[in-house]
Design a binder for this molecule. Structure first.
Ligand code: DX5
Ligand code: ZN
Length: 218
C-alpha cells in the first residue's frame, strides 16, 4: 500500500480549506498534521482546535504527528478532535508500550516516530504493537529541510523486519520528500509519504501532489 500524506505545515492557513481541496483533488490519501510545542522541537504550530477544524474541512483520515512533551496528557483531546492516527516520539515517551496501548484504547491507530539519530533497534519491543512507524528523514521542527539519506537504510530495516516477522505496521517517511527523493523511499519499502513544502510551496499544488502520487504508484 502506498499513500500520499500532504503535511499542512507548509500550507497557507488563511486558505486552508482551499489548499486541502487542492490535494484532495490530486488524490491525497491522508492529511498530516504537525503539532509542535516549542519544547520538544524549537517551533510552535497548533493544537486540537485546528485539528478539529481540519477534520471538518476534509473526509480524509488525519495523521497527527505529536512533536510535544508529555504527549500522554493530550491524547484524548486529539482523538476527540478527529485524529485517526496519533504518532508520538520514541525519544519523548518513557512508557511507550503504555502510550501506544492508550492510543488504541481511545480508538485511534497508534504510531511511533524516530528522529534521524535514533536507531530502529530502540523500537524492537513495540513493533508488534504499532500500527505505524514514522522514520523522520529530517530533524523535526521545520518544513523545507533536506532529506537525510541514511533514512533509506532505516526504512529498509523496518521493511525487512516486517516481512520476516509478519508485523502489520505501515512505514511512514517524513521530511524532505519531493520528486527526487520519494522513489528511493518507496523502493526501500515505505508505505506512507509525508510531503509539506514540495506540495504546498509549489506554484500548482494539485499538480505537485499528483506528480508525487504518480511516482509512488509506479
Ligand atoms: C517536520 C514535520 C514535517 C514537515 C515536512 O518536523 O514533521 O511533517 O511538514 O516538511 P517538508 O516536506 O517540507 O520537509
Ligand atoms: Zn510530520
Amino acid at each position: 500500500m502506498k499513500l500520499l500524506a500532504p503535511s499542512i505545515l507548509s500550507a497557507d492557513f488563511s486558505n486552508l480549506s482551499r489548499e486541502i481541496r487542492y490535494v484532495e483533488l490530486a488524490g491525497a490519501d491522508i492529511i498530516h498534521c504537525d503539532v509542535m510545542d516549542g519544547k520538544f522541537v524549537p517551533n510552535i504550530t497548533f493544537g486540537p482546535l485546528v485539528v478539529s477544524a481540519v477534520n471538518k474541512i476534509t473526509g480524509l483520515p488525519l495523521d497527527v504527528h505529536l512533536m510535544i512533551e508529555n504527549p500522554d496528557l493530550h491524547l484524548e483531546a486529539f482523538v476527540n478532535a478527529g485524529a485517526d492516527y496519533i504518532t508520538v516520539h520514541q525519544e519523548e515517551v518513557i512508557h511507550l508500550n503504555r502510550t501506544l496501548n492508550k492510543i488504541k484504547e481511545l480508538g485511534a491507530k497508534a504510531g511511533v516516530a524516530i528522529n534521524p539519530a535514533t536507531p530502529v533497534e530502540t523500537l524492537t519491543e513495540v513493533l508488534d504493537l504499532a500500527d505505524l512507524i514514522l522514520v523522520m528523514s529530517v530533524n523535526p521542527g521545520f518544513g523545507g529541510q533536506q532529506f537525510i539519506p541514511n533514512s533509506i537504510t532505516k526504512i529498509r530495516k523496518l521493511s525487512d523486519l516486517k516481512q520476516k516477522y509478519g508485523y502489520k505496521y505501515l512505514i511512514e517517511v517524513d521530511g524532505g520528500i519531493n520528486k527526487n527523493t520519494i522513489q528511493q523511499a518507496s523502493d526501500a519499502g515505505c508505505n506512507v509519504f509525508v510531503a509539506g513544502s514540495s506540495i504546498f510551496s509549489a506554484d500548482n499544488i494539485s499538480a505537485a501532489a499528483t506528480e508525487l502520487k504518480n511516482l509512488i504508484q509506479q
